[in-house]
Structures are given as C-alpha cells and as structure tokens.
Design a protein around this ligand. Structure first.
Ligand SMILES: Nc1ncnc2c1ncn2[C@@H]1O[C@H](COP(=O)(O)OP(=O)(O)OP(=O)(O)O)[C@@H](O)[C@H]1O
Ligand SMILES: [Mg+2]
Length: 232
C-alpha cells in the first residue's frame, strides 16, 4: 500500500516569547510530517511547547522562524483573508476548556462557525444546509436531547462533544485537539477518545496534544517534544 499524501508539514519551527528582559525559548527547530488520514498524538512535559506548536500549526500563532505548510501551501505567507479561512474552515480546534458561548444554545454553538465564515447573504443562502449539518452532528455526537440546553447546563463530557461538533461544522480537513480530555474523568475522557477514533476511522486527520501517555496511546503514532524539538 502506498503512503497517503502529506497534509501538514512543519520544518525547523522556532518560537520564543519575550518576558520583559528575558526570553523564553520554547520551540528550537521542530520538524513534523502528518499524512492524510493519520491520527497523531504529540506528547511532552508541561511547558514543553505542545500548545504553542498546535497554535502555530493551526495558524493561531506565527513561528519566529521555520516553515508550516498545509497541502503544500505556506501558512505563514497566507493573506489575512486566506488565514481566516484556514482557521475557520480548513482546521477545526478542540480545546481543554471547551470555550463555548454560554449565551448560545448547544445547537447554536455547533452551527456558529458556518455563520462566521459567511456574509449575511451568503448565510441566508446556505442556512438550511448548515442547520441540517448541525442536526446531523448533534445526532452523531449523542446531543439531540440537549440541543436547546445552554453550555452551563451540560456535563463536561457533553460540553466537549459540543466543542467537537463546532470544530467539525465546516468539515475541516484537519482536526487539532489540545488536551481534549484534560478536564474530564477517565470514563468520560475515554468516551471522547472513542469519538476521535470513530472520526479517524471515517478518514478524519487528527493531531492531538496531551501530556497523558494513556491518551496518546489511542493515536496511531506518537511524537514526543523534548527540549523544543521532536525526539528521535
Ligand atoms: N504568551 C506567552 N508569553 C510568554 N510565555 C509563554 C506564552 N505562552 C507560552 N509561554 C511559555 O512557553 C512554554 C510552553 O508553553 P505551552 O503552553 O506551549 O506548553 P505545553 O506543553 O502546552 O504545557 P501544558 O502541558 O502545561 O499545557 C511555557 O514555559 C510557557 O510559560
Ligand atoms: Mg498546553
């Protein structure tokens, strides 16, 4: 069987933060290749730069030096408009603390990314399809009975499923998850990892960041960050 094409490539990625007079060097030349359909876990100690790297891969932050390519396109050279599109449509993000909007219902939180990426007329033209996609996701994630709840009326696992629905709304080619089970008990966390498994089996490319080896073992491949670089 031939290997599937590379979807994401990071080469010699450097990142440091200035803190007053000192500089915190976080990434010192990270190299990473992710192929279409892969489920990769990035592990490393707390403070090793996992979140920093994930933000750079998703276009939420810029490297000081180095290359990030998505399907051969240089993320750092994208125009503001292209970058917005990349963040909103190409990539889906799932965070440890969900980051849902408490004023909106479960259903509205899931559909929101489809609204954000469009003009008012564009939205009016496609809202039926978007709402239908939203309903499918609620069904798929076992949230149909919770569609009218507000996030604060949900359990942690339910909140994370809403966040996964939101991340999948625009059918991203790449799903990025930062410690998605970090705030959940092990049973609930395992349920969330089952969702990732199912998505991956349906072809979704996933990059997940965690400090938890047990979580990482659910991925096909584990990449370790040590001293600002990928080990091995
Ligand atoms: N905006 C910032 N300004 C200054 N320093 C930062 C900033 N963001 C991160 N850092 C520092 O960079 C290092 C890496 O942070 P990062 O959040 O990427 O680690 P992590 O591997 O995700 O850790 P954890 O497992 O605890 O989430 C840390 O030492 C942190 O203090
Ligand atoms: Mg982190």
């Amino acid at each position: 069987m031939s290997e599937s094409p590379v979807i994401l490539k990071a080469q010699n990625v450097h990142k440091s933060y200035r803190m007053g007079a000192t500089r915190v060097v976080v990434l010192k030349g990270v190299d990473l290749l992710v192929r279409e359909g892969e489920f990769v876990a990035i592990v490393g100690a707390s403070g090793s730069g996992k979140s920093t790297l994930l933000h750079i891969l998703g276009g939420l932050d810029r490297p000081d030096k180095g290359l990030v390519q998505f399907q051969g396109r240089d993320v750092n050279r994208m125009s503001a408009r292209e970058l917005n599109r990349y963040r909103n449509e190409t990539v889906g993000f799932v965070f440890q603390f969900y980051h849902l909007l408490d004023e909106l219902s479960v259903r509205e939180n899931v559909v929101l990314p489809a609204m954000i990426s469009r003009s008012i007329t564009g939205w009016l033209m496609m809202r039926r399809r978007a709402r239908q996609r939203g309903e499918e996701l609620l069904e798929q994630l076992g949230l149909r009975e919770r569609a009218r709840h507000k996030p604060y009326q949900l359990s942690g696992g339910e909140r994370q499923r809403v966040a996964i629905g939101r991340a999948l709304m625009n059918q991203p080619e790449l799903l990025l998850a930062d410690e998605p089970t970090g705030n959940l008990d092990s049973t609930t966390g395992s349920g969330i990892l089952n969702v990732f498994d199912q998505l991956n089996q349906a072809g979704q490319t996933i990059v997940l960041v965690t400090h938890d080896e047990r979580v990482a073992r659910r991925a096909q491949r584990i990449v370790t960050l040590v001293d600002g670089r990928v080990k091995g």
